[in-house]
Ligand binder design. Structure first.
Ligand code: TXA
Ligand code: MG
Length: 331
């Protein structure tokens, strides 16, 4: 189902009036508010249950609207914006006067992006401002890739949900620190490192997953309810069956290419194409949660192309949990 023009005008009015609008992007659904309305921005944090120190991404209708939102666009940032916007790339730049510290968690920089989705662009154009929008999920859980995911998770906390179908990319945007002359990747995502490096004609530093550089990228982020266990691709079936025998209700993210099944509670055949895997990743994790799995056994794809982002999200999903979410045995 795709939103009609009337829906978009209504939603733009809701943004102008200080409300919350969930909208589709090519990566995941965003929970948008007028970035210049402090009360509206506060409502985002409240709806998500997100700590106010976690900065938000400001979404714009095009690179031509950057004025006022950023103080300065260094040459490499200009090149990346020209080449990849609209697209799954977020640039961190020095903040301009239109950006409040409430939206940046107190930082002097701001994250900006132009999403590549007709509904998002129509909304942003009709609204005319910048929409601060994190992924439209509760803090710490899996990002939504359909309008139903948003409704299931945020319910009445959001005023309007625009439905643009399933997100084409499926993982969040790649975040690049472009404040200086040497850009670096803060979060791998839907824009591949290889494409960025080719455009810049220089290598890009990528943080190791153990390094906490960006608030909001701490290890337990992007986590389903079930505990995630990572093993080598050829060990997924055996490890899933072993843990199921120990009494866990196990879901396996089994590489389709392995050609085997696994005799466990739930099996998802993971596509060999990383494009398809990224598109389905969060829906797979949600499905295994819904089917009552308390353990998910998975493997990491090769750390190239979209495999870098998929691996990053799986590692974080497998990361240490807070003690309020223990893994429980069923038998
Ligand atoms: O694809 C996406 O990026 C989606 C869609 C909705 O656009 N949005 C998204 O937003 O993933 P969120 O809030 O879930 O993640 C934003 C990330 C956080 O990790 C945050 O810490 C980082 O962006 N971030 C925001 N502003 C920053 C800044 N000034 N410096 C460094 N990191 C920043
Ligand atoms: Mg998020």
């Amino acid at each position: 189902m795709v939103s009609a023009v009337g829906d978009i005008e209504t939603a733009a009015g809701v943004l102008l009036a200080g409300g919350l609008v969930a909208f589709p992007t090519e990566t995941v659904y965003g929970l948008g508010a007028n970035a210049e309305d402090l009360a509206a921005v506060a409502r985002i944090y409240q709806a998500k249950g997100r700590p106010p120190t976690h900065p938000l991404i400001v979404h714009l209708a095009g690179a031509e609207f950057l004025d006022g939102w950023v103080a300065h666009v260094p040459e490499p940032a200009r090149l990346l914006a020209d080449r990849f916007w609209p697209g799954p790339l977020t640039l961190v730049l020095r903040r301009g006067p239109r950006v409040s510290l409430a939206a940046t968690g107190g930082l002097e920089t701001v994250a900006v992006r132009v999403p590549d989705h007709a509904v998002a662009l129509a909304l942003l154009s009709a609204f005319g401002g910048g929409a601060a929008a994190p992924s439209a999920n509760r803090f710490g859980s899996v990002s939504p890739t359909t309008a139903d995911h948003v409704r299931a998770e945020l319910g009445d906390a959001v005023d309007v949900v625009l439905d643009g179908g399933s997100c084409a990319v499926g993982v969040e945007s790649t975040i690049v620190d472009a404040t200086g002359d040497t850009p670096s990747i803060l979060r791998p995502g839907g824009m591949t490192r290889e494409d960025l490096e080719a455009a810049l004609a220089q290598p890009l530093a990528v943080p190791s997953t153990s390094t906490i550089r960006v608030p909001g990228t701490h290890p337990s982020h992007y986590a389903p309810r079930a505990q995630v266990v990572l093993v080598e691709p050829e060990q997924v079936a055996a490890e899933a069956e072993r843990t199921q025998e120990q009494g866990y209700r196990v879901g396996a993210l089994l590489p389709a290419s392995s050609g085997t099944g696994a005799n466990v509670h739930a099996v998802v055949a993971v596509p060999d194409s990383t494009t398809d895997y990224a598109r389905g990743l969060y829906a797979f994790l949600r499905e295994l949660d819904q089917r009552g799995c308390d353990l998910i056994v998975a493997s990491l794809p090769a750390a190239e192309g979209l495999g870098l982002a998929i691996g990053n999200r799986l590692r974080r999903a497998a990361g240490p949990r807070t003690s309020d979410r223990p893994v429980t045995m069923r038998r």
